[in-house]
Design a protein around this ligand. Structure first.
Ligand SMILES: [Zn+2]
Ligand SMILES: [Zn+2]
Length: 388
């Protein structure tokens, strides 16, 4: 993994023309555009096809409706257009900034152009905008923590990751359950969808938030989540090696059960505690999600994951921010989420190129797939600038 320091960058890249770093196949910025456009179009079509395919699989029964298919098709088109515009305009702005300043600036040559191109996020549907902004904030926090860890200010250990997840998860599940009484619910993508808080009703014996017997309900959820976890882990092993199935099957080991164990114990602990508290107190309350979410977080011992620990906090903050907007603590006239997205995108693109040692892994995949391999080949030629 390459870390390019400011002195090294200034010595080798500061004065080079834009084509050296952005379009080494032609000296003309204009003539480079069709190649960049083509790569980003093919890349975005592929990248979003994969994401929407996952979404389709999660929709299940809802897909029987024709309107749902039309909506997904429209959203896919919007995402592809956004992806192309963000990538193409970002690269053109790198050239423009270089030509305006007369040099490349270490801190700003990528961060400013890609922060500006982030404005195209407004083309995405509002719910996807929220999810993407949330996701990018998670990645920036992950980068900041890794940066502080490397600088020796903090130490990230597996135990701390689990503790962080226990706190974040309990807050998040509590806020989600609290929201279940509202008509309009925020779009939060999380490991489970907690049940609505059951309101007290006369004549009903059931105090739990679910129908049917507790034991059956918990076991059914645990086995479903175990199955999902196992299917995801096995797909990751088997799909890339589908040409050699026997070799692929023989490479399956105990570690491929980690995700399944994590998910099933997570859902099992959470639901068992909610049921226990409902039955003990004879009524349901959103508050039960606090202890249940905290203890369910222990299941991360099977599969420690810093990104997920951070995601629990940012998702909780996202839910809490709707309350802050409602109480006018946050001004709704300023597009704060869009500004946040732009800053995050600028930072992440810059970090991917200059500090790939601690850049979130997802950025490698995103940038390379969405540009149909162009980003990696540019990074390679960028590194060659220092070697030659
Ligand atoms: Zn150029
Ligand atoms: Zn129950």
């Amino acid at each position: 993994m390459v870390v390019i320091s400011k002195p090294v960058f200034d010595a080798y890249c500061k004065e080079v023309p834009c084509y050296t770093l952005v379009h080494p196949w032609t000296k003309s910025c204009l003539r480079a555009s069709p190649t960049i456009f083509k790569a980003c179009l093919i890349g975005s079509v592929k990248f979003f096809a994969f994401i929407y395919l996952g979404q389709l699989l999660m929709q299940g029964k809802k897909l029987k409706k024709k309107e749902q298919w039309i909506k997904i098709g429209k959203d896919y088109g919007r995402s592809v257009v956004t992806g192309v515009l963000v990538s193409v305009s970002g690269m053109q702005l790198v050239c423009l900034l270089r030509n305006l300043l007369g040099r490349f600036d270490y801190h700003f040559f990528l961060s400013i152009p890609f922060a500006l191109s982030g404005i195209f996020l407004t083309l995405e549907s509002p719910s996807r905008r929220q999810l993407i902004t949330n996701f990018y904030s998670n990645l920036v926090i992950e980068y900041c923590l890794k940066y502080l860890n490397r600088a020796g200010f903090i130490s990230i250990t597996k135990t701390k990751e689990v503790l962080l997840f226990m706190i974040g998860n309990s807050l998040l599940l509590y806020l989600i359950r609290l929201e279940t009484v509202k008509k309009e619910r925020s779009s939060i993508l999380w490991l489970i969808v907690p049940e609505k808080v059951r309101q007290k009703s006369y004549g009903s014996e059931n105090v739990c938030p679910h129908d049917g017997e507790c034991k059956n309900y918990i076991m059914k959820n645990m086995s479903t989540y175990f199955g999902i976890g196992l299917a995801v882990s096995l797909a990751k092993v088997l799909i890339p090696r589908f040409k050699t199935p026997i070799k692929a099957i023989s490479s399956i080991s105990g570690r491929h059960f980690k995700l399944a164990l994590f998910l099933s114990s997570y859902v099992g602990i959470y639901k068992t505690l909610i049921c226990y508290l409902c039955r003990r107190n004879k009524y349901d309350s959103a508050m039960y999600a606090l202890p249940a979410g905290c203890l369910a977080g222990l299941s991360m011992l099977f599969n420690p994951n810093l990104a997920l620990s951070i995601a629990s906090f940012t998702a909780a903050f996202k839910l809490y921010s709707t309350t802050l907007y409602e109480k006018n603590f946050l001004p709704s006239s300023i597009p704060l989420p869009l500004i946040l997205f732009c800053v995050c995108q600028g930072t992440l693109y810059s970090v991917r190129m200059l500090d790939s040692e601690i850049s979130p892994r997802y950025m490698f995949y995103l940038m390379n797939t969405a540009s149909n391999g162009l980003s990696d080949s540019l990074f390679k030629s960028f590194c060659e600038t220092f070697i030659n």
